[in-house]
Write a protein that binds this ligand. Sequence first.
Ligand SMILES: Nc1ncnc2c1ncn2[C@@H]1O[C@H](COP(=O)(O)OP(=O)(O)OP(=O)(O)O)[C@@H](O)[C@H]1O
Length: 262
Amino acid sequence: MLQAARLGKKAGGRWLLQEIDLCVEKGEMVGVLGANGSGKSTLIRCLTGEWKADSGEVRLKGERIDTYSPKERARIVAVLAQEPLGEIEFTVEEVVKMGRYPYQSRWSWASGRDFDVCDSVLRQTGLWPMKQRQLAELSGGERQRVAIARTMAQEPELLVLDEPTTFLDIRHQLAILDLLKKWQSECGLTILIVLHDLNLAAQYCDRLVLLKEGRMVTSGVPKAVITRERIEEAYGVTPLLMTHPTLHVPQVFLQPAKEEKK
Ligand SMILES: Nc1ncnc2c1ncn2[C@@H]1O[C@H](COP(=O)(O)OP(=O)(O)OP(=O)(O)O)[C@@H](O)[C@H]1O
């Protein structure tokens, strides 16, 4: 579905990203991890064609990403950026309908299918009861759910999300990740997701990619990536690791720095 070879990005006279080789297979959920400033958003921007790479290349379904028109690309890839939706003057339903723009031409606005898809997405995301409300009236977490619903209405083959759970409480974090997982298994959706929560990443992702200072430290199944050595290397903290009692994936426990004995 998505492939990067020796990908690099430069800005302000330095390399933000270097030598990234990555392959995301159809139907996989791949998590991108790394400390603040390690290059996760830069990687996402280059992989989705928002930024042009300065070295290497990105291929989407075998074709170079820069050969797609924006509308062609939007029928394959939906992106949920890190910046939340602002307090724009639209209703929830209107924002979700914006997700249908790649399927509409100048001459044909919304069709019956566009309405059906939007209704189904509003119901699946629990937004149906608030569909007539103005976005400006919603909480940050509710607005985030609307943003996710808009990407779902786009019916992409590849969904790219940059920290989608940031503003959500634990119930809504799980609800959104469960919804993504259901969508992945029922429709063969491919997901690339930046997550700060290592435990959720281990629970939901098939594979993980760990970045440090713009380079890939390691990639692989959660058990291979979330190890004491790798976490220490990437984040500079020493975690306690245990295995999740039912899911059998690694889980990270943090501990305060020990005070020196006087
Ligand atoms: N347009 C830009 N010009 C110059 N430097 C940039 C630009 N955008 C990002 N950077 C720098 O590139 C590095 C990686 O930034 P990026 O946003 O990709 O990190 P991140 O891993 O997503 O961080 P966070 O977890 O804080 O969101 C940072 O040092 C950042 O300051």
